[in-house]
Design a protein around this ligand. Structure first.
Ligand SMILES: Nc1ncnc2c1ncn2[C@@H]1O[C@H](COP(=O)(O)OP(=O)(O)OP(=O)(O)O)[C@@H](O)[C@H]1O
Ligand SMILES: C[C@@](O)(CCOP(=O)(O)O)CC(=O)O
Length: 454
């Protein structure tokens, strides 16, 4: 039997803290999703050029997309793709994981094969067919990964996290403690390496909340200083060990000062996401909002502070509901019932959250108007307002960077929006995604559960 393991990591929805979380002063409330990215890894020694390793990454679901990289220590583990295909996310993972384990690669099998799978909700499900076995089912597309529209659940962060875990597992195999996805130290190594790789591949745009959720699950997130990654030296072919030293220090010894406190939605409430089928470009939105912020100081700071005050009200409001569900379950039950059958009685515990979300949305509409970035465009305002009249819905936002990607609602567990909105003109562009809050971030899977899916 050769070396075989599998890992999966969840997608994300950023409910509270969009844009502000790019600054380490502000916290974000991030829900990890039941939709996951998967990596199945095998490793063996095969005939290969002396001192080189081949890493073959296959994405069978996307028209059999494949990337075949060769790396060697003498080239500083800079990946060269055999057919000149590019996938910066895969490249940066290979580069960083091999450099991290620089001194421990001699015994590593020289061919590593990784199959990537993603759950159906990450991408548009149009023109797909399902391939399944007893354990899993995946949608297969007729196009390559870059030509299939995505829904914004964080496919690149999930990919980078599971790939990092899969490669680390192979490179750690010779060490005394093989990679264990429940070991906090190991999770920290995977998380830090994945953040470095994702930042480098993405061009240092994001706050890293998506990689943190892929690793740790639902969290209250607070970012690291962007300089941590941008200060890493460039790979110098004359001093290949320099990058390794800086990377080890960064991954193991430097305090990133991040928060990844685990959170859970209030008991009895669930996350609902509607794909709006158009898509937005986070990078462009972020650039416009940043420009607006700089050009409108100090008023823009006041707006951010107002948003943050209300973000914190939502976060505290959720936590109060969780406490109430334990200290006074009878009263709590009545509160949730009021969302399903409004009796006229208002509950301050819910109103505080609703008012705070309304204020956040109002401020983002001001930013939308002034910056030209469609954070909450009017079509999404109308949709969210219509959602507030649906049975069981507590509140709703345009998650993450906003725009036309999706909407996220928090509603009682028994809410069934599919039936309620079917055939309604105002919901004709919304597809409700089959997702829920996930309990776990990175986890090990049984590799046998992927047999026959490739
Ligand atoms: N299954 C996959 N196989 C190979 N590469 C993938 C896969 N899924 C995603 N990727 C890589 O991630 C890129 C998409 O990353 P991007 O950050 O644009 O999207 P996202 O993370 O899904 O979006 P968002 O941040 O809006 O949620 C793809 O172009 C591809 O390079
Ligand atoms: C705008 C921002 O705060 C959130 C982007 O979220 P999403 O990728 O649109 O889900 C950027 C970031 O935090 O990386």
């Amino acid at each position: 039997m050769g070396y075989n393991r599998a890992f999966s990591a969840p997608g994300k929805a950023l409910l509270v803290g969009g844009y502000l979380v790019l600054d380490s002063r502000y916290k974000a409330y991030v829900i990890a999703l039941s939709s996951r990215m998967h990596a199945v890894v095998s490793a063996a020694n095969e005939a290969n050029a002396e001192g080189s390793y081949r890493v073959l990454v296959t994405s069978a679901q996307f028209n059999d997309d494949q990337w075949s990289y060769t790396v060697s220590k003498k080239e500083g583990f800079l990946p060269a793709e055999d057919n000149n295909r590019t996938n910066p996310f895969i490249e940066q993972v290979i580069f960083n994981v091999f450099n991290y384990f620089f001194d421990n690669v001699e015994q590593v099998p020289n061919v590593i094969r990784i199959q990537i799978f993603s759950d159906p909700e990450y991408h548009s499900q149009e023109n797909t067919y399902v391939v399944s076995n007893k354990y899993k089912h995946f949608n297969f597309h007729k196009k390559g990964i870059t030509d299939v529209p995505k829904t914004g659940l964080g496919s690149s962060a999930g990919l980078v996290t599971v790939l990092t875990a899969a490669l680390c597992s192979v490179l750690m195999e010779e060490s005394l403690t093989p990679l264990n996805a429940t070991n906090a130290e190991h999770l920290k190594i995977v998380h830090n390496l994945a953040q470095v790789a994702h930042c480098q591949a993405q061009g240092k745009i994001g706050s890293g909340f998506d990689v943190a959720a892929a690793t740790y699950g639902s969290i209250l997130y607070n970012r690291f200083a962007p300089d941590l990654v941008s200060d890493l030296p460039k790979m110098n072919p004359k001093h290949i060990r320099q990058y390794h030293r800086a990377l080890v220090a960064l991954v193991e010894r430097i305090d990133w000062n991040i928060s990844t406190e685990r959170i859970k939605l209030p008991r009895g409430l669930k996350l609902i996401m509607g794909d709006v089928n158009s898509g937005s470009e986070t990078v462009k939105l972020v650039a416009k909002v940043k420009r607006w912020y700089q050009e409108n100081l100090p008023r823009s700071l006041e707006i951010y502070e107002k948003i943050n005050d209300n973000n914190m009200k939502v976060i505290v409001g959720f936590s109060k509901l969780n406490q109430l569900s334990e200290t006074n379950p009878e009263y709590y039950k009545k509160i949730l019932e009021s969302l399903i059958q409004p009796s006229g009685k208002k509950y301050v515990e819910l109103e505080e959250i609703q008012d705070a979300v309304n204020t956040i949305r109002e401020q983002f509409r001001i930013i939308t108007q002034e910056s030209g970035a469609d954070v909450e465009p009017s079509i999404q305002t109308e949709l969210l307002d219509a959602c507030m009249n649906l049975k069981g819905v507590l509140t709703g936002v345009v998650p993450g960077a906003g725009g036309y990607d999706a909407i996220s609602l928090i509603a009682t567990e028994n809410t069934e929006l599919f039936q309620e909105t079917e055939n309604r003109e105002d919901f004709k562009n919304v597809s409700w995604l089959k997702i829920k809050q996930a309990d776990l971030g990175l986890m090990e899977e049984d590799y046998l559960h992927y047999k026959g899916l490739e």
